[in-house]
Design a protein around this ligand. Structure first.
Ligand code: XMP
Length: 333
């Protein structure tokens, strides 16, 4: 582990100039490490994998092969944004895999949260490995590992118990052993964002709120169904749009909708209308270990409630989650 530790002398990257210096150094290091070989990257569209992709595109261009796996649990517009930015604007070598059916078929009827997380994590590796096996001449695997991930794995190795199993790209099967390229592994999140800006990635991408690996899968509570997942995705898009419009998106650390597998009775067009509730969660935190609730002005909550209940098929109530962490975790599952 010692080679993975950040030297005390390492300067904190707080400015674009320092980020540019870091980028130049990494480009030279990456080129020296990989030569003319191909490098594979699982590109989720999150801040870390996006920054690694942009850095590697600068260093080795088309030698980088990005694979974006759409597990069907992405937020509205997310996969499209990855294709637009990396496939079109940066002209990267991008393989897009729509694996929605694979994931949703496996998840059908599974309601236990840890089981759902395990299925999503394992299937992600299966899909990614299937794509990797189709490619020739790949010697390296790039990963968006950042310094807190290294610190977490040290903690895990020391036997500290985790509350839930977080998934990012885990171990690949035996026949696919690559040498790792991890250019941002000594950086903290705020430094990754400065590097992302220096690389010219859009502000919205670099300052994107965290999104869990299992995606909407841990917000479509209990056994996932396609209709409830669709309702969740649409309601979440409305919440994000309204938070963008009123400036809360810049202020709140994480905000999203969860939709439980329960229905209540409502009334629409003078008829009985059974639907799911959409639960709004909006929290602030420094390190995601503890969290407090953002106080959302009532007029904004009313507007979001009106829009979700009128625009999203299947939702007939909107609730606001007031629970801090602890006792509630940030995600519901
Ligand atoms: P909890 O729910 O444990 O979440 O309070 C803490 C933070 O971690 C995010 N989260 C994940 N991130 N893979 C990730 O990369 C995961 O499997 C995962 N599960 C939760 C969560 O959104 C929150 O920011």
């Amino acid at each position: 582990m010692s080679t993975n530790l950040r030297p005390e002398s390492m300067e904190r990257i707080t400015t674009i100039e320092l980020a540019q210096k870091f980028i130049e150094e990494q480009i030279a290091e990456i080129r020296a490490q990989v030569g003319d070989k191909k490098v594979l990257l699982a590109l989720s569209g999150g801040v870390d994998s996006s920054v690694v992709a942009a850095l590697l595109i600068k260093a080795i261009g088309k030698q980088l092969v990005c694979v974006h796996v759409n597990h069907g649990l992405m937020r509205k517009g997310e996969s499209e944004a990855v294709i637009q930015m990396f496939g079109k604007e940066l002209d990267a070598n991008l393989i897009y895999v729509d694996a929605t059916d694979r994931f949703l078929d496996l998840l059908a009827g599974v309601s236990e949260p840890e089981k759902k997380r395990k299925i999503i994590g394992a299937e992600f590796i299966n899909v990614f490995a299937d794509e990797a096996r189709k490619l020739e001449g790949v010697s390296y695997l790039a990963q968006g590992t950042i310094y807190p991930d290294i610190l977490e794995s040290i903690k895990a190795a020391e036997g500290k118990k985790a509350v839930k199993s977080h998934h990012n790209v885990g171990g690949l099967p035996e026949d696919l052993q690559f040498e790792l390229v991890e250019p941002i592994k000594l950086l903290f999140k705020d430094e990754v964002r400065v590097v992302g800006e220096a690389l010219g990635l859009p502000h919205a991408m670099v300052y994107r709120q965290p999104f869990p690996g299992p995606g909407l899968g841990v917000r479509c509570l209990g056994a996932i169904t396609r209709d409830r997942l669709h309702a969740l995705r649409e309601a979440d898009a409305i919440l994000r749009e309204e938070f963008d419009n009123c400036g809360l998106a810049e202020k709140v650390w994480q905000y999203f909708i969860a939709v439980p597998d329960i229905k209540s009775v409502g009334v629409k067009d003078e008829s009985r209308y059974e639907g799911w509730p959409a639960i709004i969660r909006a929290i602030n935190t420094k390190d995601a270990m503890t969290a407090t609730i953002e106080e959302i002005p009532y007029d904004i909550l009313h507007k979001i409630t009106y829009r979700i209940t009128h625009e999203v098929e299947g939702i007939n109530r909107v609730l606001f989650d007031l629970t801090p962490k602890p006792i509630g975790t940030i995600e519901w599952e």
